[in-house]
Design a protein around this ligand. Structure first.
Ligand SMILES: NC(=O)c1ccc[n+]([C@@H]2O[C@H](COP(=O)([O-])OP(=O)(O)OC[C@H]3O[C@@H](n4cnc5c(N)ncnc54)[C@H](O)[C@@H]3O)[C@@H](O)[C@H]2O)c1
Length: 251
């Protein structure tokens, strides 16, 4: 018997990167897992994929309803789908601000709204939101993205308060730079991908990028019934980036 045996989970953005690693880990630990994604074509058994755009309320409601019907209930929501944005406050126009907030913040609201009636029926209900180090540390060239993740952090606390007495725990993970297809695309677009990767690695005290599996482990920790007393927290998975100040090597 593993901690997720008999539990049903839904992972948004579960076709790639952190979401995929989380969906696979929950399934390996005994959960039945559905994935909601813009493109679920790569999703394989035992995961079940549903196509939905988190910016479209109707498609979210239909996909959540279909997933819950297939799974026979819902205990865990991993609210993970998200997109990036680069630049200072001078660089993104209003449409970009609305677009990234629509995916990263309102998208989580839409999925949570559709999932909560089902989560309330669970004896082990948990929501884990994928937040970011960008919510708690000022990173250059990430004004819009960081604002969305700051909102995800506050939303996590507010949701944890609202739903505690309904038996729904709400927490978030705050990854540092993680080695996912998203970061791969960022590196590919850089003038010198190797130098860009080295700079990102050096920014983390651990000297390396975080793996998607390491973030998935934190998501599973927060989602597990074994963490029944943990709600309204953020768990940093960032190689020490949020809290540590190391001296340069050799000094
Ligand atoms: N990679 C990092 O360094 C890092 C660091 C901190 C936080 N995060 C967060 O982790 C989460 C996942 O990032 P990742 O690196 O695994 O990215 P990824 O691009 O590898 O995967 C994101 C997934 O979300 C899906 N998605 C995007 N927009 C969607 C929409 N509108 N509707 C439904 N699905 C949608 C994509 O199709 C994709 O499968 C994001 O919320 C991101 O902000 C990532």
């Amino acid at each position: 018997m593993t901690d997720f045996e008999g539990l049903k989970a839904l992972v948004t953005g579960g076709a790639s990167g952190i979401g995929r690693a989380a969906a696979e880990l929950l399934a390996a630990r005994g959960a039945e897992v559905a994935v909601l994604d813009l493109d679920p074509s790569s999703v394989e058994k035992p995961l079940v994929g549903y196509r939905a755009d988190v910016t479209d309320d109707t498609s979210v409601r239909e996909a959540v309803a279909a997933a819950v019907a297939e799974l026979g209930g819902l205990d865990i929501l991993v609210n993970n789908a998200g997109i990036g944005a680069q630049g200072t406050v001078e660089d993104n126009d209003d449409d970009q601000w609305h677009r990234v907030f629509d995916v990263n913040v309102v998208g989580m609201v839409r999925v949570a709204r559709a999932a909560l009636p089902h989560l309330r029926n669970s004896a082990h209900a948990a929501i884990v939101n994928t937040c970011s180090i960008a919510a708690t540390a000022g990173l250059p060239q990430r004004a819009l993205y960081s604002a969305t993740k700051g909102a995800v952090y506050s939303l996590t606390l507010a949701m944890a308060a609202d739903h505690l007495r309904e038996g729904v725990r709400v927490n978030c993970v705050n990854p540092g730079t993680a080695d996912t297809p998203w970061v791969g695309r960022l590196l590919d677009a850089a003038p010198d991908p190797a130098a860009e990767r080295a700079a990102l690695e050096a920014r983390q005290p651990s000297g390396r990028l975080v793996s998607a599996a390491e973030v998935a482990g934190a998501i599973a920790y927060l989602a597990s019934p074994l963490s029944g007393a943990t709600t309204g927290t953020s768990l940093a998975v960032d190689g020490g980036m949020q809290g540590l100040r190391l001296r340069p090597v050799g000094q």
